[in-house]
Write a new protein. Structure first.
Length: 194
């Protein structure tokens, strides 16, 4: 009986992760179509000079002023200075949690904001999809998360600066807005450990 419950939990976890990935992909694809329609003719996304407002919104993002080529709806990761490249995983605790600590291979519930490290441009935030945190096993995510989340404590927020080789490398998810071979940065807020 106990073994069947374990198999069912793994099955349900897989289904939940698959549904979340499909929803994220759908939203990102549609968001990118809208972004491409808003760009001036002949411009290339990410090839613009950017001015950042000092006002951060409630999701830890900053608005970007249009400079002819940049979409005015593009958000930048708050309190982050873009980096040209990173050779190893960087873990920076922005807020140290006070709760239980994540073990390697655990299943976690988090809120996150993901951005391209070279520009700080946000490509996805879990809060874009509602207030419910995203839950997944650390064995089912990119290596930068698998190695970067353990050691966090519930209530903490950690910034992960991840080299491309530990993210998506040359094959980012289609429609994600992530360039090939891009180093990434994530601000991850740990809500709970399953």
């Amino acid at each position: 009986m106990q073994n069947q419950k374990g198999k069912m939990s793994v099955g349900y976890s897989f289904i939940i992760v698959a549904v979340v990935v499909v929803i994220f992909t759908y939203i990102i694809v549609n968001k990118n179509k809208q972004v491409d329609q808003n760009l001036p003719e002949g411009s290339a996304s990410g090839q613009a000079e950017v001015n950042v407002n000092d006002n951060a919104n409630t999701n830890g993002e900053q608005s970007v002023n249009s400079q002819n080529q940049m979409n005015p709806n593009t958000k930048l990761l708050s309190n982050f200075t873009p980096v040209a490249n990173t050779s190893s995983l960087q873990k920076i605790d922005l807020v140290v949690g006070q709760g239980a600590e994540v073990s390697p291979g655990a299943t976690v519930s988090v809120h996150y904001i993901g951005a391209v490290a070279a520009t700080g441009a946000i490509f996805q935030s879990s809060k874009d999809f509602g207030p419910t945190p995203v839950t997944f096993p650390l064995s089912g995510v990119i290596k930068g998360w698998t190695d970067g989340i353990p050691g966090m404590k519930i209530g903490g927020t950690r910034r992960l600066v991840i080299p491309a080789a530990e993210a998506y490398g040359a094959n980012p998810p289609p429609g994600s807005g992530i360039p090939a071979n891009a180093d990434l940065v994530f601000d991850v807020e740990l809500i709970s450990i399953q």
